[in-house]
Design a protein around this ligand. Sequence first.
Ligand code: SF4
Length: 220
Amino acid sequence: MSLAVRSARERRLAHASAIVERCRKCAIGSTRTQSVYGEGDPCADLMVVGEGPGETEDRLGRPFVGRAGELLDRMLLAIDLPRESVFICNTVKCRPTLEEGGKLRNRAPEPAEMANCRPYLDEQIEIVSPRVILALGAPAARSFMGPKFSISKQRGLWFEGPGGIPLLATFHPAYLLRQTGGELTAVKRLVWGDLKAVRSKLDERPQAPTPEIVQPDLFG
Ligand code: SF4
C-alpha cells in the first residue's frame, strides 16, 4: 500500500473519530467516559469487530485492552498477526451500561444503539477495506447477519459481510475467560479452528486481474 493511500486513510479515520467523539445519538453517548472509535492499521487485511467497549476500554479510550483484549492479542499472534497489523473496533463506540447497586455495569449493546452506530462502522470498513472481517461474539455477529444468527451453531462458517467481504464469527474472548475445565478446552479448540480458517482465508492470494489478451497480428 502506498504511503499516500495510508496517509489518506489515517486522515479519514481521524476525522471520523472526531465526529464520533461528539456523537450523542444514544443515551450511552452521555454516560460514557469517552468514545472508543477503534485503532490499528488503516490498511489492515483483517478487521476485528467486537460488541462494545467495556469499563477498561471506556476509561482508556481504546478497544480490547482489558483481560479479554490481552487474550485477543494472544489469539491474533497465534495466527501470526500482531495486534498492530489488524484494525480493531466495535459495533458501538460508547460503553453500554446499566446501573446496579449504584454502580455502572457492562451490558450488551441494544439493537437501536447498534443501528445508530452502524454508519460509523460501515465507514470504518469502507476506509480500511479489509480482506476479511472477524466478528467476536453473538451481538457483533448478529449486527451483520441478523437477529437469528446463532453463535454456537454458525460460528466458524463464512458469510458475505458488507461490500462482499468474507466474514466469520467466533466466540468473544470474554466468553473464553468465563469457561473452565473441559468446557474451556472444548471452546478453545473451536476458536482455534476458527482462527486457522481466518489465517487460511488471508493466505489465499487475491485474484490477479486477467491480463488483457492482445490478438497477435496473424492476419496482417
Ligand atoms: S454508540 Fe455510536 S451512535 Fe450511539 S452515541 Fe455512541 S457514537 Fe453515537
